[in-house]
Design a protein around this ligand. Structure first.
Ligand code: NAD
Length: 256
């Protein structure tokens, strides 16, 4: 379905980003991945589907490195057709206790990096009159919860950035959309499960159940594979007129 296309997924060494990168590679896209941690493991998995997949180690908090990543994608893969802005971090604290350096890092990684990557990739996409930008926002781009102010501000900003860029590209073959997962059991959320287990004095399974019961009516975690399926749809021809949406995959969280 995507043979002949190239794709760059930020934060794709783990969790949701890795799931999306694997699905895009399986669909025939030529891949550039990015992120920290088990780079060799992630690259090996993606190379099972795209043997020539490449990696760029840009730190999403550094605009010059984000720009270099997009330029390297264009140089090494020939183009950047699909851009998935996925890298993200979390920090949980009340506003009055929130460390300013954590605020700055979350805004830089979860919001500004998407601006810098889009700014670099859009001219080529518009010139070729084909492009797909998918921003991984969150239910927290649409509604709030306590103690996540920086994350919620960044994700609401990312939804707004998505709509604005979608309007600017509306008459072109470039679409810009956001996806809004509820709870997905990745390392980012396991930390919150661990905190819940410690706070409530319960085991891992009970902490997961409590986390879900509070917000996600389906009582099931969304999976990276389900989110990857939505990204594939947004990259497909029937989605060419889907523009500027913020699409929940949240087990009913925001329907309440
Ligand atoms: P994760 O921790 O498993 O993966 C995060 C990825 O981002 C990793 O590859 C990591 O190396 C990378 N990353 C972190 N900081 C980076 C930086 N400075 N530069 C480059 N890469 C960096 O987390 P995840 O749950 O898969 O989260 C992926 C995205 O999905 C995030 O934007 C997150 O906000 C969003 N999201 C997650 C959930 C959830 O429940 N897990 C829900 C809604 C939205």
């Amino acid at each position: 379905m995507l043979s002949g296309k190239t794709a760059l997924v930020t934060g794709s060494t783990s969790g949701i980003g890795l799931g999306i990168a694997l699905a895009l590679a399986r669909s025939g896209a030529r891949m550039m991945i990015n992120g920290f941690g088990d780079v060799a493991g992630a690259l090996a998995q993606v190379r099972e589907h795209d043997p020539q997949a490449v990696y760029h180690g840009a730190d999403m908090s550094r605009p010059a490195e984000v720009l270099d990543m997009v330029r390297q994608c264009e140089a090494q893969l020939g183009r950047c057709d699909i851009l998935v802005n996925n890298a993200g971090i979390q920090h949980v604290a009340l506003v009055e206790d929130f460390p300013p350096d954590k605020w700055d890092a979350i805004i830089a990684i979860n919001l500004s990096s998407a601006f810098h990557a889009m700014r670099a990739a859009l001219p080529g996409m518009k010139q070729r009159n084909w492009g797909r930008i998918v921003n991984v926002a969150s239910v927290h781009g649409l509604v709030a919860s306590p103690a996540k102010s920086a994350y919620i501000a960044a994700k609401h900003g990312l939804v707004g950035l998505t709509k604005s860029a979608a309007l600017e590209s509306a008459t072109t073959g470039v679409t810009v959309n956001a996806i809004c997962p509820g709870w997905v059991l990745t390392p980012l959320v396991q930390k919150q499960v661990d905190a819940r287990a410690a706070a409530d004095g319960v085991d891992n399974e009970e902490a997961k159940r409590r986390l879900l019961a509070e917000k996600q009516p389906s009582l099931q975690f969304t999976t990276p594979e389900e989110l990857a399926g939505l990204v594939l749809f947004l990259c497909s021809p029937p989605a060419q007129n889907v523009r500027g949406v913020a699409w929940q995959v949240d087990g009913g969280w925001t329907a309440q």
